[in-house]
Design a protein around this ligand. Structure first.
Ligand code: UT7
Length: 334
C-alpha cells in the first residue's frame, strides 16, 4: 500500500425498525422459551421490519441518520455506493442503485453478497477503491431484512435473526487514523451449513436449496469460534499491534457464547467488548455498524482508539479488520 494514502471511516449512521419482538412474544407462536433463547444465545429481543418495509427502506433510514449525525455535506463527493446484503429488495436492480437514486449521488452502485461479514467486505472494497485512487468517497452500507426469509416454523433459526441497517462513509484520512488491516476469507466447502435458494436448485454437493434460510447451527457455531480466533489474531498482527492495543472489540452479534469465546482467546476484559445481540439478535451485515453506533452513543470511542471488528457467516465466509477511529468519533445521536 502507498503509505501516503490510507482510507478510514469518517461518518456512520444506523437504523433499527421500531417494532420489537421479545422472547416472550416468540413463546406465544412457537415451541421455545425465553430461558432457552437467552441461555443459548444471549438474545432477548429483536427488531423486525414492518410488512411493507424492505432492505432499501432500512438502508435509506441509516443514511438519513448518517446525515443527521454528520451534516448534509457528509455525502458530498460520494462516487461509489456499495450495499452489502443477503436480502436485497430485488436480485436486480442492486439495492445500492436505489440508494444512489434516493440521495441523488453521482456514483457507481453495486450490491455485495458475502453473508454476515458483508459490511467488512464492503469497507474492504471501499478501502481498495480509495487507496488505489479509483474513488474518492465510498458509501458502504450493511442492510438486512432477514426476518422476511426465516422460516417461522423452524424454531432453531427463527429466534436468532432481526432486521437493521448501518451506513458508513469511507474516504482518505490523515495519519494515524484509518483501516489498518483487512482479513477476508472464505471456505465454500462449508456452503451446505447455511444456505437459501435464489435461482438454483441445489448446491454442487447436492444439498437441496429451499425458499427459506436453512442452517446447521452446531456446525456454524464450531466454525465461528475457530475463525473468530484465527481472523482476529491475523488482523491484529497485520495492523502491527498486539491484542492489548485493542481499545474496543466489536464482533458480529450472532451469539453471546461465540462473542465470549473470542474475547477470552484475545484475553480482553468484558468492558472492551461491545455486545448488542441482546437487543437486536443477529441482523447480519448490519450488526457491526449498529454495535459501533451503540459504542459511540455511549461515549466508549475516542479518537485514536483501535477497533477490532470480526464476522463470520454463510459461504462459509469470514472477515476481520482493525480500524483506528478518528476525531469524528464525537458525532453522536442528537
Ligand atoms: O451469522 C451467522 C449465523 N449463524 C449463527 O450464528 C449460528 C451459530 N450457532 C448457534 O448460535 C447455536 O448453534 C444455536 C443457538 C443455533 C443452537 O445452539 P446449540 O447449543 O448448538 O443447540 P443445538 O442446535 O445443539 O440444539 C439443542 C437442543 C435441540 O434439542 P435436542 O435435540 O437436544 O432435544 C434443539 O431441538 O435445543 C433444541 N432447540 C430449541 N429449543 C427451544 C433448538 N432451537 C430451539 C429453540 N427453543 N428456539
Amino acid at each position: 500500500m502507498n503509505d501516503a494514502v490510507r482510507a478510514g471511516i469518517t461518518a456512520l449512521g444506523v437504523y433499527a425498525p421500531p417494532k420489537v419482538v421479545s422472547n416472550a412474544d416468540l413463546e406465544q407462536i412457537m415451541d421455545t422459551s425465553d430461558e432457552w433463547i437467552t441461555s443459548r444465545t444471549g438474545i432477548r429481543r429483536r427488531h423486525v421490519a414492518a410488512d411493507d418495509e424492505f432492505t432499501s427502506d432500512l438502508a435509506f433510514r441509516a443514511v438519513e441518520d448518517l446525515l443527521r449525525r454528520h451534516g448534509d455535506h457528509a455525502l458530498n463527493g460520494v462516487d461509489m455506493v456499495i450495499v452489502a446484503t443477503n436480502t436485497p429488495d430485488a436480485l436486480f436492480p442492486a439495492t445500492a442503485a436505489l440508494v444512489q437514486e434516493r440521495f441523488k449521488l453521482r456514483a457507481g452502485a453495486f450490491d455485495l453478497l458475502a453473508a454476515c461479514p458483508g459490511w467488512i467486505y464492503a469497507i474492504g472494497a471501499a478501502k481498495a477503491f480509495v487507496e488505489s485512487g479509483q474513488c474518492r468517497k465510498v458509501l458502504a452500507i450493511g442492510a438486512e431484512a432477514l426476518t422476511k426469509v426465516v422460516d417461522w416454523d423452524d424454531r432453531s433459526t427463527a429466534v436468532l435473526f432481526g432486521d437493521g441497517a448501518g451506513a458508513t462513509v469511507v474516504e482518505r484520512v490523515p495519519e494515524p487514523y484509518g483501516i489498518k488491516s483487512m482479513v477476508l476469507g472464505a471456505d465454500g466447502g462449508g456452503a451446505h451449513h447455511l444456505h437459501m435458494r435464489s435461482v438454483g436448485r441445489c448446491l454442487p454437493n447436492g444439498t437441496p436449496l429451499g425458499k427459506y434460510m436453512a442452517m446447521n447451527g452446531r456446525e456454524v457455531f464450531k466454525f465461528a469460534v475457530r475463525v473468530m480466533d484465527t481472523a482476529t489474531v491475523q488482523a491484529v498482527a497485520e495492523a502491527g499491534l498486539v491484542p492489548d492495543d485493542i481499545s474496543l472489540f466489536v464482533p458480529h452479534q450472532a451469539n453471546l457464547r461465540i462473542i465470549d469465546a473470542a474475547r477470552e482467546r484475545l484475553r480482553l476484559p468484558p468492558e472492551r467488548v461491545v455486545v448488542t445481540v441482546d437487543e437486536y439478535g443477529n441482523n447480519s451485515t448490519a450488526s457491526i455498524p449498529l454495535a459501533i453506533a451503540h459504542a459511540l452513543d455511549a461515549g466508549r470511542v475516542d479518537a485514536g482508539d483501535n477497533l477490532l471488528v470480526v464476522s463470520f457467516g454463510a459461504g462459509l465466509t469470514w472477515a476481520a479488520a482493525v480500524i483506528t477511529w478518528g476525531p469524528w468519533a464525537e458525532a453522536r445521536r442528537a
